[in-house]
Each structure stands twice: as C-alpha cells, then as structure tokens.
Design a protein around this ligand. Structure first.
Ligand code: CMP
Length: 284
C-alpha cells in the first residue's frame, strides 16, 4: 500500500504540510517516517513565502500588524520598530503544518490573523485535537522556554499570518515589552488548566459530557469575544477530535441536543443556549 505523505521543507524549524495522498513520492526526499506516514521534504511545495523581504512599505505594514496585537498596541514608535526588526512576517496557507511534533523548536509564533489547530497524531493516523487558537494569540513558546522538542503539531486551518520570533531574540523582545513574559506565563497556566479539565473529563465522564463541554467552551469563548454564543467553522469531526470521541458519536449527541432545544443550527453555525447547556452539564 502506498503511504500517505507528509510533505514540507527542510529548515531550522521545518514547516510541514500533510497531504493524505499517495502520489508524488518521486520528487522529494523521504527523510523519516512516522507511523504509516512518510515525511517528505520538498523545497517549495506549497510556494508560501518563507520570509517576506522587508522593504520600507512592508516594514510599515509589519509595524501596523504588530500594533494590531493587543499585547503591543500601547508601545511607542521606537519600541515597535525595534520589535519589527526582530520578527519575521509569514503568510501560511490553510492546511500547512507550522509546527511539527517532536521537531526541534527554533521560533515561537505571534498569530496575527487566522486560526490554527494544535493536535497530536497517533501512529495509526488517529487525531486528538488539543485546541483551536484564534488570532490574536501565540504558540510555539513551550520549546523556546524549556528547550524540549515541540509538544504537538500546529496546523493552519485557515490562511494564517504570523510573526516568527526566534529563540535568541525572545529575551530582547521581553525587554522591549515585559508584558510578553506575563502573557507567556498566563497562556501556559491557562493551557495547563484546560489540560487538567480535559484529563478529568477523559477519566470521569462519558462522550456526551465531553462533547457538551467542548460545545460550552467554544460557545463561551465566542460569546466573550464577539457577544454571540455560536460555534462557527468547526465541523462535527473537529468537535469529535476535541472531545476525544468519534465523528458519529459527536453528530448523534449534537442532533439530540438540537431536538431538546439546547442547540439550534443556522446554516453551518450552531447557536448555543449557554444557560441550558451549563445546566445540562451540571446535572450530569
Ligand atoms: P511547542 O511545544 O513549542 O510547539 C507546539 C505548541 O502547541 C506548544 O509549544 C504550544 O504553543 C502549543 N500547545 C501545546 N499544547 C497545547 C494545548 N493544550 N493548548 C493550546 N496550545 C498548546
């Protein structure tokens, strides 16, 4: 049987895109295998800009994008310009791997626009989504802080814009904006809390409870960010991978919550009655 391919490019922190196809083995170098997948490095398979060269215009655009991030919005012109000199702007197409589990990590990423998925893949191709992150935010900080290999894959689920900050510049960037350090610590502790909650759900609760918890978390985050308790842009499969269950089970649970009036579907969006869903979870 031909292998599904993981294709990407070699580099200090290879950005790898996974294609579940069986062709194209001939035009790249298979460097290693993970489970049933071959990892194939191609020079520029996806054609996205590794580094967008900075002329004055793009530098001004980069400064504006940096300013659009709440973490840097209050910095003065000189500080923002210093920061802009440290980061590399990258556009990454939907589907590309930005970070690959177990690789050595050379950079962390400030997410300027778009959405990424943090996930783990088992050797037999099963996927466990740890989280979906939306801009503004950051990822890839763990390897920079503890010098261990990447803890998970991070995959662009929409076209994405990021600033990459190399590890040697992290201390200098923190000097420019000390709140960056606090933000890194806050993010780590939030993720640890989420992981503890996830562990608890996996150990003590069934799939119905876990799916409801995912729906509640995503809809609450949407309500806090945009005032609407909706789940948009997540398929039933994605909800299932977040809940650690199958797509069929997640779909069945969602349908029965729709029948009970806890959820309503509007096109591809799910509107959540936060009050009822919370009550249902507490009653479990
Ligand atoms: P790093 O280990 O360098 O590379 C993978 C990144 O995924 C990691 O840094 C974090 O930024 C991010 N990550 C790992 N686990 C989680 C999680 N549970 N929730 C959100 N992001 C995570």
């Amino acid at each position: 049987m031909a292998l599904p391919l993981l294709v990407g490019r070699a580099g200090r922190d290879p950005i790898v895109a996974r294609r579940r196809t069986t062709d194209g083995c001939s035009d790249g170098l298979v460097t290693h295998r993970r489970g049933k997948c071959a990892i194939l490095y191609l020079k520029s398979h996806f054609g996205w800009d590794d580094k967008v060269r900075m002329n004055n215009q793009s530098r001004a655009a980069a400064i504006a994008k940096l300013r659009s991030l709440p973490l840097f919005s209050e910095l003065g012109d000189d500080e923002i310009a210093t920061l802009a000199g440290m980061v590399t702007y990258r556009r990454i197409p939907k589907g590309a791997f930005i970070v690959t589990q177990n690789e050595r990590g050379g950079s962390m990423y400030l997410l300027v626009s778009g959405r990424v998925k943090v996930s783990l893949a088992s050797p037999d191709g099963k996927e466990l989504a740890l989280n979906y992150l939306e801009a503004p935010g950051h990822f890839g900080e763990m390897s920079l802080v503890d010098s261990e290999p990447r803890s998970a894959d991070v995959i662009a689920v929409s076209d994405v814009e990021v600033f990459a900050l190399e590890s040697r510049d992290l201390a200098a960037a923190i000097q420019v904006q000390p709140k960056l350090a606090l933000s890194l610590i806050a993010t780590l502790s939030r993720r640890l809390r989420q992981t503890i909650a996830r562990l608890e759900d996996m150990a003590f609760h069934d799939a119905t409870h876990r799916v409801m918890r995912v729906l509640l978390n995503v809809a609450t985050a949407s309500y806090e960010a945009r005032g609407l308790p909706v789940i948009a842009g997540l398929t039933h499969y994605e909800i299932a991978t977040l809940a650690g269950t199958s797509r069929e089970t997640a779909s069945r649970i969602i349908s029965s919550l729709v029948k009970e009036g806890v959820l309503a579907t509007k096109g591809r969006r799910i509107v959540v009655d936060l009050f009822q869903l919370r009550e249902r979870l507490e009653a479990e």
